[in-house]
Design a protein around this ligand. Sequence first.
Ligand SMILES: [Mn+2]
Length: 389
Amino acid sequence: MRLLHTSDWHLGRSFHRESLHDAQHAFLDHLVEVVRSEGVDAVLVAGDVYDRALPGLEAVALFDDVLHRLADLGVPTVFISGNHDSARRLGVGAGLIGRAGIHLRTDPGECAEPVLLADEHGPVAVYGLPYLEPTLVRERFGLAKGGHAAVLGAAMDQVRADLAARPSGTRAVVLAHAFVTGGAPSDSERDIAVGGVASVPASVFDGVHYAALGHLHGCQTLAPHLRYSGSPLAYSFSEVKQRKTMWLVDLAADGSVTAERVPCPEPRRLATLRGTLDALLTEEGYAEHEQSWVQATLTDAARPSEPMERLRRRFPHTLQLLFDPERSEAEPSQSYAARVSGRGDLEIAEGFLRHVRPGAEPEPDELGWLREGFEHVRETTDRKADLPR
Ligand SMILES: [Mn+2]
């Protein structure tokens, strides 16, 4: 059985205020074409369909359009909700849409109800596990406490129990939206850390033949049966070196897997340039980036006048301008933004405590309060998106 695995479409997302609508449209055209030309038997979309819980109308229209096109092709498709989606909103009409062979799995109560497919070698059970926010689903899985590893582990226990009751030789595929240990993050994923632990061990997926993973935006292979497709487009400059792809997965009669990367269309190259304004404007070597989306880091000791205007004369698609002046070692070397970039909220708050109380480490109690505070903010933000009013 031939599967096409993709994830993290983030419909409606822009790139540094540049609309990606046309690029996302082109990607979906490409997806439909690959499904047709490669003889795909089923499409798997592992979460973060939309960028926001309340997507804009343009994004909803893109999704509506691709649903129709996939249904017209008659190729079964399984979607799960990711941490960016409102599971309840994405799941509206799932029962009706399912009659057209498009399966929206957004309900944590349906983890053990697979979409049943088959090829000439027998049945394939496809389990769509929506993103499971520990604080929201713990109780449902009979857990008093525990983070991502516990809830996803409980969901996978249900999957294994269901699978064990099916005819022997049934192959199992899982879709999940999670941070699996060993995966490499980039800057465009929203943090899902709970109690300081974001990741789940790969062993959570023991017993299934393929896990189509979503959440991390770089394409990667953790094991032959455990892969991230990554997002179809770059959503941060940290992805400058990534080639965006989908996985074309062949599931053999014995459940073994071979996979091949299918490149996605690239709307425009990304470039991260660093140097003095004068160097960026004059050096021949930068000519290849004149039409790229550019992040420029200026190293001039004194901030030049009108740097964006001047840069855009050579690089009209400059989207981000950073300053990192070269200084002598005696001076503080970086801006506050540069010093905290890439650090988590908790880490920044810890650093603040050390800064205001030199010589004293933050107390465990204080760290606990901070962690609770940050988690509370994140939960209430997530929960608000799902409120009926
Ligand atoms: Mn994502």
